[in-house]
Design a protein around this ligand. Structure first.
Ligand SMILES: [Zn+2]
Length: 436
């Protein structure tokens, strides 16, 4: 089972003010989501397939090979045999890419439907749907019955120009919103606050890059503009989520939508600053980590490493934001849970063991799961940087759309960090005692 089939949730409580902005944003409980397209579809994973590295090229962090050839092979095969329809579930692709374009950039595939035509590169070809990476970095899911014709164009696939995407966003969000071109971001927000948002996102991006550089984590250039949408009200936010097919839990205040590759949040007068800042940083870290190659969409990377990294950047020190907490590396919401867990190293070790094996704790015991995931990521990235960097690469390069078998998942972890989990737990505990 895909480890991200279950939507991860993160809840933070406590209220505070947001002095740096004129407005406040509502957060009683914060729910972090990395969501896929529909409520049943597997949330966010990046495609990287290293099983055939010599014949693939990278598009937006996806290794694709002969997307066009793959699409056509599937078409011809489907004439010979009837494939079962697997609703929205992403089973294995019916045909794996097997051809590399000579210039390193795949040709664009035009997929004609009855009322519109989509352009992009197929990254997953299933019996029931085609997943097309568009030039704005979004993944479009096209039901197979809707496809009328597919045509290979002479043009090669490239990211959309920032100005062109700006115009599209202006048309999409209307005249009540501005679009600010703040590389690598395109920020959609109300005019009065847009500069504050730009400053925030840039601050976090700077901090994230710096952390990766100082800790030897390999990154790649961001290929597509990063779209961040800040709605003017919760109603607009919910309406947009609904129209996108995303079912949000109650109290959800922001999310990274892996299909569109956008982060979405809202501002309001009743909110709490601390939670707002943390949520923004958490979701923006997901977006950066996926777009800078630390994780890959559609690969089954363990959730502890994805959520651990995002939670790390909630801390005042790493968020890149001014804060009354100064330079603490502690995310405010993790302190209390950790202090409680700290009384029982055996409990911590039990949770560590569980997170290494699977992602179930993020459903059944989410507070402890997020806290221990953060603790593991903090210790491993700071004290075992080299192994952590290699481990990130390994799990980010897992074959797309495939389960991460438990035995391999555990063995990959042990190869990187050893099998003595009692020792590891003790080291994590000791390291956190040194954190300011
Ligand atoms: Zn998250």
């Amino acid at each position: 089972m895909n480890p991200l089939n279950s939507k991860p949730s993160r809840f933070v409580a406590s209220l505070a003010n947001l002095p740096s902005l004129a407005m406040k944003v509502v957060f009683a409980l914060v729910v972090c989501l990395i969501v896929g397209c529909t409520d049943n579809s597997p949330p966010s994973q990046f495609v990287v397939d290293v099983s055939e590295p010599s014949v693939q090229v990278e598009v937006g962090g996806h290794l694709v090979g002969a997307p066009v050839a793959a699409a056509f092979e599937e078409e011809s095969e489907s004439n010979l045999s009837v494939r079962s329809i697997v609703s929205q579930t992403e089973s294995k692709p019916a045909v794996r890419p097997n051809y590399a374009p000579p210039d390193g950039r795949p040709p664009i595939l035009a997929v004609q439907m009855s009322d519109t035509t989509a352009f992009g590169v197929p990254i997953g070809n299933f019996s029931d749907q085609l997943l097309l990476m568009r030039n704005d970095g979004a993944i479009q899911r096209i039901p197979k019955p809707e496809i009328v014709q597919q045509t290979v164009l002479n043009d090669r696939f490239r990211s959309i120009e920032r100005n062109e995407l700006s115009q599209q966003l202006r048309a999409e969000f209307g005249r009540n919103y501005l679009v600010k071109n703040e590389p690598p971001y395109l920020i959609v927000a109300k005019s009065e606050h847009i500069n504050d948002w730009a400053q925030r996102f840039r601050g976090l991006q700077h901090s994230f890059k710096l952390y990766c550089t100082t800790h030897g984590l390999l990154t790649r250039e961001i290929e597509f503009p990063l779209v961040a949408v800040v709605f003017g009200s919760r109603n607009e936010f919910l309406k947009y989520a609904h129209a996108s097919g995303v079912k949000l839990p109650e109290f959800c205040v922001g999310y990274y939508f892996s299909d569109s590759n956008r982060i979405l949040l809202y501002e309001s007068d009743e909110s709490s600053a601390k939670e707002t800042q943390m949520t923004i940083c958490h979701e923006a870290t997901h977006q950066l980590a996926f777009n800078m190659g630390l994780h890959q969409r559609r690969a089954s990377s363990p959730l502890w490493v994805i959520e651990g990294l995002a939670t790390m950047f909630e801390s005042p020190m790493l968020s890149g934001l001014q804060s009354r907490e100064g330079k603490s590396l502690w995310p405010a919401t993790r302190k209390h849970t950790w202090q409680s867990l700290r009384k029982s190293p055996e409990s911590i070790q039990r949770i560590v063991t569980g997170l290494i094996q699977n992602d179930k704790a993020f459903e059944s015991d989410f507070q402890n799961a997020y806290t221990v995931a953060w603790a593991m990521t903090t210790y491993l990235s700071q004290r075992r940087s080299q192994q952590f960097g290699s481990y990130l690469q390994k799990v980010g390069n897992l074959p797309p759309f495939e389960d991460y078998a438990l035995t391999i998942r555990v063995s990959d972890f042990q190869s990187a960090f050893g099998s003595d989990l009692k020792l590891l737990t003790n080291k994590i505990i000791k390291h956190l005692e040194t954190l300011e």
